[in-house]
Design a protein around this ligand. Sequence first.
Ligand code: ZN
Length: 285
Amino acid sequence: MGCGRAAIVAAHPDDETLGAGGILPRLREPIFIHVTDGAPRDMRDAAANGFGSREEYGQARRREFLEAMRAGGVRPAETVSLGYADQEASLHMAELTRDLLRLLRHTRPRLVLVHPYEGGHPDHDAAAFAVHAAWGLLPPALRPRIVEYTSYHNCGGAIETGTFLPAPVPEIRMPLGGAARERKERMLACFKTQQPVLQYFGTGGERFRAAPAYDFTAPPHSGRLFYEQFSWGMKEGEWTAQAEAARRALGWPYLRLAPGPAAPEEHSLVLGGAAAMRHGVSGRC
Ligand SMILES: [Zn+2]
Protein backbone atom coordinates (compact mmCIF):
# COMPACT_ATOMS: atom_id res chain seq x y z
CA MET A 1 0.00 0.00 0.00
CA GLY A 2 1.60 3.19 -1.09
CA CYS A 3 -0.79 5.92 -0.01
CA GLY A 4 -0.97 5.89 3.75
CA ARG A 5 -1.23 3.63 6.69
CA ALA A 6 -3.91 1.04 7.31
CA ALA A 7 -5.35 0.09 10.66
CA ILE A 8 -6.82 -3.36 11.16
CA VAL A 9 -9.46 -3.55 13.85
CA ALA A 10 -10.20 -7.11 14.96
CA ALA A 11 -12.38 -8.32 17.80
CA HIS A 12 -10.13 -11.28 18.59
CA PRO A 13 -6.53 -12.22 17.86
CA ASP A 14 -6.90 -14.38 14.70
CA ASP A 15 -9.78 -12.49 13.05
CA GLU A 16 -7.30 -10.31 11.15
CA THR A 17 -5.56 -13.38 9.72
CA LEU A 18 -8.74 -15.30 8.93
CA GLY A 19 -10.26 -12.37 7.05
CA ALA A 20 -7.27 -10.55 5.62
CA GLY A 21 -4.16 -12.70 6.15
CA GLY A 22 -3.45 -12.78 2.43
CA ILE A 23 -3.09 -9.00 2.15
CA LEU A 24 -1.48 -8.22 5.50
CA PRO A 25 2.07 -8.66 4.15
CA ARG A 26 1.32 -6.00 1.50
CA LEU A 27 0.26 -3.31 3.92
CA ARG A 28 2.72 -0.58 4.75
CA GLU A 29 3.10 0.12 8.46
CA PRO A 30 -0.07 -1.73 9.49
CA ILE A 31 -1.54 -0.87 12.86
CA PHE A 32 -3.29 -3.78 14.57
CA ILE A 33 -5.98 -2.98 17.10
CA HIS A 34 -7.48 -5.93 18.97
CA VAL A 35 -10.65 -5.12 20.84
CA THR A 36 -10.62 -8.12 23.19
CA ASP A 37 -7.90 -10.33 24.56
CA GLY A 38 -9.65 -13.39 23.17
CA ALA A 39 -10.24 -14.89 26.61
CA PRO A 40 -13.84 -15.31 27.80
CA ARG A 41 -14.53 -15.04 31.53
CA ASP A 42 -16.22 -18.44 31.71
CA MET A 43 -12.79 -20.14 31.40
CA ARG A 44 -14.12 -22.99 29.24
CA ASP A 45 -11.79 -22.27 26.33
CA ALA A 46 -8.91 -21.43 28.67
CA ALA A 47 -9.29 -24.69 30.60
CA ALA A 48 -9.70 -26.72 27.40
CA ASN A 49 -6.31 -25.37 26.31
CA GLY A 50 -4.66 -26.09 29.65
CA PHE A 51 -4.56 -22.57 31.07
CA GLY A 52 -5.29 -21.88 34.71
CA SER A 53 -6.31 -18.26 34.35
CA ARG A 54 -8.05 -16.01 31.86
CA GLU A 55 -4.98 -13.77 31.73
CA GLU A 56 -2.65 -16.63 30.79
CA TYR A 57 -5.00 -17.66 28.00
CA GLY A 58 -5.24 -14.08 26.74
CA GLN A 59 -1.44 -13.79 26.74
CA ALA A 60 -1.17 -17.05 24.78
CA ARG A 61 -3.59 -15.72 22.18
CA ARG A 62 -1.55 -12.54 21.83
CA ARG A 63 1.64 -14.60 21.40
CA GLU A 64 -0.08 -16.65 18.70
CA PHE A 65 -1.00 -13.45 16.84
CA LEU A 66 2.56 -12.14 17.01
CA GLU A 67 3.92 -15.51 15.83
CA ALA A 68 1.45 -15.49 12.93
CA MET A 69 2.61 -12.04 11.85
CA ARG A 70 6.22 -13.22 11.94
CA ALA A 71 5.31 -16.34 9.97
CA GLY A 72 3.68 -14.15 7.33
CA GLY A 73 6.49 -11.63 7.14
CA VAL A 74 4.13 -8.94 8.44
CA ARG A 75 5.84 -6.08 10.26
CA PRO A 76 3.29 -4.19 12.35
CA ALA A 77 3.97 -0.53 12.98
CA GLU A 78 1.96 -0.86 16.17
CA THR A 79 -0.06 -3.54 17.91
CA VAL A 80 -2.63 -2.39 20.41
CA SER A 81 -4.78 -4.62 22.59
CA LEU A 82 -7.66 -2.73 24.14
CA GLY A 83 -8.05 -5.54 26.64
CA TYR A 84 -11.80 -6.06 26.83
CA ALA A 85 -12.79 -9.58 27.84
CA ASP A 86 -13.92 -11.87 25.03
CA GLN A 87 -17.75 -11.74 24.67
CA GLU A 88 -17.96 -8.41 26.51
CA ALA A 89 -17.08 -5.81 23.86
CA SER A 90 -20.73 -5.05 23.19
CA LEU A 91 -21.17 -4.06 26.85
CA HIS A 92 -18.63 -1.27 26.34
CA MET A 93 -19.37 0.14 22.90
CA ALA A 94 -19.22 3.83 23.91
CA GLU A 95 -15.92 3.35 25.73
CA LEU A 96 -14.58 1.26 22.85
CA THR A 97 -15.54 3.99 20.39
CA ARG A 98 -13.68 6.55 22.49
CA ASP A 99 -10.64 4.24 22.54
CA LEU A 100 -10.73 4.06 18.76
CA LEU A 101 -11.23 7.80 18.40
CA ARG A 102 -8.04 8.39 20.39
CA LEU A 103 -6.12 5.84 18.34
CA LEU A 104 -7.39 7.10 15.00
CA ARG A 105 -6.57 10.71 15.90
CA HIS A 106 -3.10 9.62 16.97
CA THR A 107 -2.23 7.27 14.12
CA ARG A 108 -4.27 8.84 11.29
CA PRO A 109 -4.70 5.79 9.08
CA ARG A 110 -5.97 6.29 5.56
CA LEU A 111 -7.91 3.02 5.74
CA VAL A 112 -9.48 0.99 8.50
CA LEU A 113 -10.16 -2.68 7.91
CA VAL A 114 -12.87 -4.12 10.14
CA HIS A 115 -15.54 -6.80 10.48
CA PRO A 116 -18.91 -6.40 8.80
CA TYR A 117 -22.07 -6.08 10.92
CA GLU A 118 -23.52 -9.56 10.48
CA GLY A 119 -24.53 -11.19 13.75
CA GLY A 120 -21.70 -13.72 13.74
CA HIS A 121 -20.19 -12.77 17.08
CA PRO A 122 -21.31 -9.89 19.31
CA ASP A 123 -17.70 -8.72 19.65
CA HIS A 124 -17.34 -8.53 15.85
CA ASP A 125 -20.48 -6.40 15.63
CA ALA A 126 -19.23 -4.21 18.49
CA ALA A 127 -15.97 -3.63 16.61
CA ALA A 128 -17.96 -2.64 13.51
CA PHE A 129 -20.16 -0.28 15.53
CA ALA A 130 -17.17 1.38 17.17
CA VAL A 131 -15.35 1.96 13.88
CA HIS A 132 -18.46 3.43 12.23
CA ALA A 133 -19.23 5.58 15.27
CA ALA A 134 -15.64 6.80 15.53
CA TRP A 135 -15.76 7.63 11.82
CA GLY A 136 -18.92 9.64 12.35
CA LEU A 137 -17.41 11.54 15.28
CA LEU A 138 -14.11 12.39 13.61
CA PRO A 139 -13.69 15.66 11.73
CA PRO A 140 -14.20 14.95 8.00
CA ALA A 141 -10.53 15.57 7.20
CA LEU A 142 -9.47 12.77 9.55
CA ARG A 143 -12.00 10.17 8.43
CA PRO A 144 -10.44 7.02 7.01
CA ARG A 145 -12.08 4.84 4.42
CA ILE A 146 -13.67 1.82 6.03
CA VAL A 147 -13.08 -1.48 4.27
CA GLU A 148 -14.51 -4.77 5.48
CA TYR A 149 -12.94 -8.20 5.58
CA THR A 150 -15.07 -11.31 5.92
CA SER A 151 -15.76 -13.09 9.19
CA TYR A 152 -18.78 -15.36 9.66
CA HIS A 153 -22.55 -15.39 9.99
CA ASN A 154 -25.54 -17.68 10.11
CA CYS A 155 -26.60 -19.45 6.93
CA GLY A 156 -29.47 -21.83 7.45
CA GLY A 157 -28.33 -22.69 10.96
CA ALA A 158 -24.72 -23.33 9.95
CA ILE A 159 -21.66 -21.13 10.01
CA GLU A 160 -20.93 -19.32 6.74
CA THR A 161 -17.36 -18.10 6.47
CA GLY A 162 -15.53 -16.14 3.83
CA THR A 163 -18.56 -14.31 2.38
CA PHE A 164 -20.51 -11.18 3.21
CA LEU A 165 -24.20 -10.77 3.81
CA PRO A 166 -25.65 -9.06 0.74
CA ALA A 167 -25.26 -5.27 0.67
CA PRO A 168 -25.53 -2.70 -2.13
CA VAL A 169 -21.77 -2.27 -2.47
CA PRO A 170 -19.37 -4.06 -4.79
CA GLU A 171 -16.86 -6.48 -3.38
CA ILE A 172 -13.43 -7.59 -4.40
CA ARG A 173 -12.54 -11.26 -4.46
CA MET A 174 -8.88 -12.01 -4.21
CA PRO A 175 -7.89 -15.59 -4.96
CA LEU A 176 -5.00 -16.96 -2.95
CA GLY A 177 -2.92 -19.62 -4.60
CA GLY A 178 0.54 -21.11 -4.42
CA ALA A 179 2.91 -19.29 -2.13
CA ALA A 180 0.28 -16.81 -0.90
CA ARG A 181 -2.02 -19.60 0.20
CA GLU A 182 0.81 -21.51 1.84
CA ARG A 183 1.86 -18.37 3.69
CA LYS A 184 -1.66 -17.85 5.01
CA GLU A 185 -1.79 -21.49 6.09
CA ARG A 186 1.51 -21.03 7.95
CA MET A 187 0.09 -17.98 9.65
CA LEU A 188 -3.09 -19.79 10.69
CA ALA A 189 -1.09 -22.74 12.02
CA CYS A 190 0.34 -20.37 14.65
CA PHE A 191 -3.06 -20.08 16.32
CA LYS A 192 -2.68 -23.37 18.13
CA THR A 193 -5.47 -22.76 20.64
CA GLN A 194 -7.94 -22.01 17.86
CA GLN A 195 -7.37 -24.96 15.54
CA PRO A 196 -10.78 -26.63 16.17
CA VAL A 197 -12.52 -23.45 14.97
CA LEU A 198 -10.18 -22.68 12.08
CA GLN A 199 -11.27 -25.81 10.21
CA TYR A 200 -14.38 -23.87 9.14
CA PHE A 201 -12.34 -21.26 7.27
CA GLY A 202 -10.95 -21.73 3.79
CA THR A 203 -7.65 -20.34 2.56
CA GLY A 204 -8.33 -20.22 -1.18
CA GLY A 205 -9.31 -16.55 -1.33
CA GLU A 206 -10.41 -13.43 0.47
CA ARG A 207 -13.12 -10.85 -0.08
CA PHE A 208 -13.20 -7.17 0.75
CA ARG A 209 -15.67 -4.36 0.26
CA ALA A 210 -16.25 -0.75 1.20
CA ALA A 211 -18.34 -0.75 4.36
CA PRO A 212 -22.00 -0.08 3.67
CA ALA A 213 -23.93 2.32 5.92
CA TYR A 214 -25.52 0.27 8.70
CA ASP A 215 -28.48 0.78 10.96
CA PHE A 216 -27.11 -0.61 14.21
CA THR A 217 -30.50 -0.27 15.90
CA ALA A 218 -31.86 -3.08 13.71
CA PRO A 219 -30.58 -6.65 13.50
CA PRO A 220 -28.19 -7.34 10.64
CA HIS A 221 -30.55 -9.87 9.09
CA SER A 222 -33.90 -11.46 9.74
CA GLY A 223 -34.16 -14.71 11.68
CA ARG A 224 -31.78 -16.10 14.24
CA LEU A 225 -28.30 -14.65 14.42
CA PHE A 226 -25.35 -17.00 14.50
CA TYR A 227 -24.28 -15.99 18.01
CA GLU A 228 -27.76 -16.56 19.40
CA GLN A 229 -27.10 -20.28 19.10
CA PHE A 230 -24.43 -20.04 21.80
CA SER A 231 -23.93 -18.68 25.29
CA TRP A 232 -21.75 -15.84 24.05
CA GLY A 233 -23.26 -13.34 26.44
CA MET A 234 -25.65 -11.58 24.09
CA LYS A 235 -28.95 -11.87 22.24
CA GLU A 236 -29.91 -9.68 19.31
CA GLY A 237 -32.36 -7.42 21.16
CA GLU A 238 -29.82 -6.85 23.91
CA TRP A 239 -27.11 -6.02 21.38
CA THR A 240 -29.17 -3.41 19.54
CA ALA A 241 -30.22 -1.89 22.88
CA GLN A 242 -26.54 -1.65 23.85
CA ALA A 243 -25.75 -0.05 20.49
CA GLU A 244 -28.51 2.54 20.90
CA ALA A 245 -27.36 3.35 24.45
CA ALA A 246 -23.80 3.79 23.19
CA ARG A 247 -24.96 5.97 20.30
CA ARG A 248 -26.78 8.28 22.73
CA ALA A 249 -23.86 8.35 25.18
CA LEU A 250 -21.52 9.33 22.35
CA GLY A 251 -23.83 11.92 20.86
CA TRP A 252 -23.40 10.22 17.51
CA PRO A 253 -26.26 11.53 15.38
CA TYR A 254 -26.13 8.62 12.98
CA LEU A 255 -25.47 10.78 9.98
CA ARG A 256 -22.94 8.44 8.47
CA LEU A 257 -22.91 9.02 4.75
CA ALA A 258 -23.16 5.94 2.64
CA PRO A 259 -19.74 5.24 1.16
CA GLY A 260 -21.13 5.08 -2.35
CA PRO A 261 -19.34 3.42 -5.26
CA ALA A 262 -15.84 4.46 -4.23
CA ALA A 263 -14.78 0.89 -3.73
CA PRO A 264 -12.35 0.55 -6.65
CA GLU A 265 -10.01 3.23 -5.36
CA GLU A 266 -9.88 2.03 -1.80
CA HIS A 267 -9.68 -1.57 -2.82
CA SER A 268 -6.75 -0.82 -5.04
CA LEU A 269 -5.12 0.88 -2.08
CA VAL A 270 -5.53 -2.26 -0.04
CA LEU A 271 -5.01 -4.92 -2.62
CA GLY A 272 -2.65 -3.33 -5.06
CA GLY A 273 -5.28 -3.88 -7.72
CA ALA A 274 -3.55 -6.39 -9.95
CA ALA A 275 -4.53 -9.66 -8.31
CA ALA A 276 -8.09 -8.70 -7.53
CA MET A 277 -11.15 -9.61 -9.51
CA ARG A 278 -14.08 -7.28 -9.07
CA HIS A 279 -17.52 -8.73 -8.57
CA GLY A 280 -20.93 -7.37 -7.79
CA VAL A 281 -23.01 -8.00 -4.73
CA SER A 282 -22.90 -11.55 -3.50
CA GLY A 283 -23.55 -13.67 -0.47
CA ARG A 284 -25.91 -16.62 -0.15
CA CYS A 285 -27.60 -15.66 3.11
ZN1 ZN B 1 -13.54 -13.29 16.23
